[in-house]
Design a protein around this ligand. Structure first.
Ligand SMILES: [Zn+2]
Length: 77
């Protein structure tokens, strides 16, 4: 399951959440001030770590040959 980051619009705190892709855009409460005014941001961790289990292997490696990337679920392509 991918890790998503949600930035609080009130205090700026980043809350990390493990979520399925279907609920990724749902609002989450800030763990710092409990505000529901959070916005999903691109996870730097997922983009730079080379995977770490959070990102399918095909994403940092580039387009797959045949079958499509991540079964069409990858947002990077
Ligand atoms: Zn907050």
């Amino acid at each position: 399951m991918p890790i998503y980051e949600y930035k609080c619009q009130k205090c700026g705190h980043i809350t990390e959440q493990l979520r399925s892709m279907s609920t990724a855009d749902d609002a989450t409460a800030c763990e710092e001030c409990q505000s529901k005014e959070t916005q999903r941001v691109q996870s730097v961790f997922a983009a730079n770590s080379g995977g770490g289990g959070a990102v399918p292997d095909c994403c940092p490696a580039g387009p797959m040959t045949g079958g499509g990337c991540c079964g069409g679920m990858c947002q990077g392509h």
